[in-house]
Design a binder for this molecule. Sequence first.
Ligand SMILES: C[S@@+](CC[C@H](N)C(=O)[O-])C[C@H]1O[C@@H](n2cnc3c(N)ncnc32)[C@H](O)[C@@H]1O
Length: 270
Amino acid sequence: MSESLNPQPSSADDPAEGAASYTPPKWRSEPRFPDGPAPDPAGSHHERRIRSFQPRRSRVTTGQGEALKRLWGTWGLDIDGHEVIDLKAMFDGLPVVLEIGFGMGEATAQMAAADPDTGILAADVHTPGQGNLLALAERGGLTNVRVANGDAIILLREMLPPDSLAGLRVYFPDPWPKARHHKRRLIQPEFLDLAATRLAPGAVLHCATDWEPYAEQMLEVLTAHPRFENTQPDGGYSPRPDFRPLTRFEGQGLDKGHVVHDLLFRRTEN
Ligand SMILES: C[S@@+](CC[C@H](N)C(=O)[O-])C[C@H]1O[C@@H](n2cnc3c(N)ncnc32)[C@H](O)[C@@H]1O
């Protein structure tokens, strides 16, 4: 928890600033934790697809590193795109919600503790956050969290069966504010096409953002998508649900005076 969410805010590749193209960083060529998360599990730097995140060198604290070494083998999962996951086996039959981009994982751990009857598959590329969430889960005796390392798009596309998710959470995705980087934003029609196939009918996609133009984009593309319907009868933003804790990134946005919007859209039955 001592790590900042964006350790290199000055980098030209920061999602808050963005970069036009992606160059694989050299530091990702070797795993830093031999039995921990792989540095590039799907070899996705070879995939020229535009990505919603920017890999960054991040300092891992001793506690996070210890948690990765001790717990990764049991609770961790590399998103290598190689096989379809048996979620029922992984979560002992619990309904499973995917959270994309958990950051440092504090909100994820709180939600898992508050709802032990739901499994949370939490995906991010951020190694310190992965260690942090594992440590929080261990400390809280949480058995309903698994930490997935890598690009959640590959997880959805290659590793999750159709109709398998009871929910999808995307809290404060990278805003990519510059116009030339908008293509990197996660919530776009193509993403919704994919998400709709992995969510069970009736399952809810829950997004939140403090970036007003992104909130407007989310509302527009979700409203237009034929396989999602707004849970708000007036077709607008939702009040923040009690079950969503304040996230780290949200706190930073609130400190800057940003307004937070939640959007809860249900996958249609068809
Ligand atoms: C702005 S942070 C928000 C973190 C956290 N949800 C919060 O509110 O504090 C967005 C996170 O999403 C992650 N991310 C972005 N695209 C991703 C993807 N395709 N797969 C996995 N993680 C992704 C980033 O690494 C980053 O940690």
